[in-house]
Write a new protein. Structure first.
Ligand SMILES: [Zn+2]
Ligand SMILES: [Zn+2]
Length: 396
């Protein structure tokens, strides 16, 4: 079991991390007040009271754990943005899959964001690398869905550090993993923290989360993702701020061999659907929209047959087919779905008919090209462009 920044899950969505990174590049995050930071990110930083004029006091750990800033000069000195913050601040440079793979690989037990526990000589473990490998190997063995409890129990009972190879993981994949019933309050608190840190990974395009468990999407190329997952740490750092700088500098190499384009059939479908402009950022987006578990979760909750874009009821037109709609994801192209404490937030998704879906993506491509951008700045801009396309649609 491992420590995490419990209760702060809303700050770790990809859209929020990007907003914080942009702010940290343009301002001193350590000196920022509630008004400026809140205006930039749209969320609050309680408490607001004497002694807490700068959110940094209570959230410095959160921002360090995002891997976007360090404070190399010590207390009451400026927060310095990392290389990761600079990359995130440029729209469309980093996909949510890139970021959260890096994040999982750089999250250690203990982690340098927690000042009391980390020390340079400790050989850390990588619980989230363990979690991803465990999920992938089980899916490969026919167990698509694993509960948080199974992941956490397997991690603490195997003693694995996460860097073990495929054959080691195959030995533990099919066993039954449960936590003992006699946990102390402190241990139960750690289980909650561990569960929340796993939920941070919910933007990954091949996973789907709910309140109890995680499902791996079947069309994922298991071996290439498994093979690209390795714990990273900056060996040689002698204090935690240098360790954080070093981890951020390892971003590029830590995702270099990550290939999420998945199967060739998916790519063919992508081309067929008209998404041929296909930057890597766009492809990650399409992978997420085709995630069968997310699709099922969306339609279970919203059993609609009406296209959000053209208002056509596809069930009227095609009475023999109960579902021809696609899922369209309105966050920026490089974002995954957001998570809250109960799992994936499906409100960023709309159901559209395939023709409208193709037209929406064409509109995005043209709009971005005209602006000379690779991606939308944030969810609000993506939503506005979707609405703009909807208004321009001519239905006469
Ligand atoms: Zn439509
Ligand atoms: Zn779409």
């Amino acid at each position: 079991m491992w420590r995490f920044d419990q209760g702060r899950l809303g700050y770790y969505s990809f859209d929020q991390i990007r907003k914080h990174a942009k702010f940290a590049v343009a301002n001193d995050l350590a000196a920022a007040g509630h008004a400026d930071l809140g205006a930039a990110t749209g969320i609050g930083y309680p408490p607001i009271k004497v002694g807490y004029e700068q959110p940094w006091r209570n959230y410095g750990r959160t921002f360090r754990l995002m891997r976007i800033v360090t404070q190399p000069g010590g207390r009451n000195t400026p927060a310095v943005p990392t290389t990761v913050a600079h990359l995130l601040a440029q729209d469309g440079q980093v996909t949510s899959d890139d970021f959260f793979h890096f994040w999982a690989q750089s999250f250690t037990d203990p982690d340098p964001a927690f000042s009391q526990e980390w020390e340079p000589t400790t050989d850390p473990k990588f619980p989230l690398v363990f979690a991803l490998k465990f999920l992938l190997i089980r899916a490969n063995s026919g167990i698509d869905t694993s509960s948080y409890e199974e992941i956490i129990a397997a991690y603490s009972q195997t003693g694995f550090n996460g860097d073990e190879d495929v054959s080691a993981f195959f030995k533990i994949a099919s066993k039954a993993w449960t936590l003992p019933g006699n946990l102390t309050n402190a241990e139960r608190d750690l289980v909650r923290q561990a569960r929340e840190s796993i939920l941070v990974l919910s933007p990954l395009s091949y996973l789907n989360f709910n309140s109890k468990d995680v499902t791996v999407s079947l069309n994922v190329d298991f071996s290439s993702i498994f093979g690209s997952l390795n714990g990273i740490r900056d060996i040689g750092a002698d204090d935690r701020e240098s360790e954080l700088v070093g981890l951020a500098d390892l971003f590029a190499s830590s995702i270099a061999d990550l290939d999420l384009e998945q199967s060739s059939s998916l790519f063919d479908e992508t081309v067929e659907a008209g998404f041929t402009e296909g930057t890597r950022v766009e492809k990650t987006h399409i992978v997420l929209e085709r995630n069968s578990a997310i699709r099922k979760a969306f339609f279970d909750r919203n059993p609609t047959t009406t296209c959000d874009f053209c208002d056509r009821d596809t069930n009227n037109e095609f009475p023999w087919s109960d579902r021809v709609l696609d899922i369209h994801h309105v966050l920026p192209l490089c974002s995954g779905t957001r998570s809250d404490k109960d799992g994936t937030v499906l409100g960023d998704l709309v159901a559209v008919c395939p023709t409208c879906h193709r037209a929406v993506h064409r509109f995005y491509t043209q709009w971005l090209k005209a602006k000379g951008k690779k991606d939308f700045a944030d969810a609000e801009e993506a939503r506005a462009v979707y609405d703009e396309a909807r208004n321009l649609r001519n239905d006469t």
